[in-house]
Design a protein around this ligand. Structure first.
Ligand code: F6R
Length: 245
């Protein structure tokens, strides 16, 4: 595991964008695993700039997002599909037909999850999976548990995640209670993983996840077992881990 502490959010975003841009230059038809949330917004903006400058192209890229709320159409402004369109897909030369997000509008959770897992396998697996980090150590919507969920599955969101997400909805009652998410096994199958985290409020979980024991109560800790992980944090999120490296 390589841990990089950038000076600030902008530098974290640029360094993370450089990892993805480097992959796209080496492998223009890369399969990207993507994340939503506030952390990667800056890195997506950097990728848009690189694409506009002609430094990279998404023309042959295929992408798979980590997760989606169950019950939201892709046109809902809080759906993760909408987020991806707004922050990346609408601004780069990607073929939207090759961008995949779990189908939150499909109420048949078994079918939605099985077909997503099959589509990832059919594409040949993910080359690079981008991850943000939840305050409780969740990755995707894999919340602290007594085991590591393996495949794409339906989850009941925890109160802490519902509360964290409520800032994005008109009222807490509008926050979906369930989601479809890649499993920890799905994520661990990616050939490489890039984690980004910023802000003082992530400092403790960054230290727990990457310097603590590997336990399902801190889902991101399992990444310590993956052979190719890069963690890029800003100075605030790196403020505790910096003394342990
Ligand atoms: C996003 C996702 C979540 C976020 C995590 C951090 O697709 O699956 O696990 O990465 O909640 O969110 P932010 O970046 O908003 O702090």
């Amino acid at each position: 595991m390589q841990i990089v502490i950038a000076s600030d959010y902008q530098e974290m975003s640029r360094k993370a964008a450089d990892v993805i841009a480097g992959l796209l230059r080496n492998k223009p038809d890369a399969i990207l695993g993507l994340a939503t949330g506030s952390t990667p917004i800056g890195l997506y903006a950097e990728l848009v700039k690189d694409c506009e400058a002609g430094l990279i192209s998404f023309k042959d890229v295929e992408s798979f997002n980590l997760d989606e709320y169950r019950g939201l159409e892709g046109t809902h402004d809080q759906s993760y599909r909408y987020f991806m369109n707004q922050n990346l897909f609408d601004h780069v030369d990607i073929d939207k037909a090759r961008t995949h997000v779990p189908d939150g509008s499909n109420p048949d959770s078994d079918a939605a999850c099985a077909s997503y897992e099959a589509a990832i396998a059919q594409a040949g697996g993910v080359d690079l999976q981008l991850l943000g980090l939840g305050h409780n150590g969740h990755v995707g919507f894999n919340e602290p548990a007594d085991h590591f969920p393996v495949d794409t599955h339906i989850v009941d969101l925890t109160e802490s995640t519902i509360n964290a997400n409520s800032r994005l909805f008109d009222s807490i009652d509008d926050v979906p209670r369930q989601a479809y998410t890649m499993g920890i096994g799905t994520i661990m199958k990616a050939r490489s993983i890039l984690v980004v985290a910023n802000g003082t409020d992530k400092a403790q979980i960054v230290a727990d996840a990457f310097c603590g024991p590997v336990v399902p109560q801190v889902p991101a800790s399992v990444l310590q077992l993956h052979p190719s992980v890069t963690v890029i944090v800003d100075a605030e999120a790196g403020s505790i881990i910096k003394d342990r490296l």
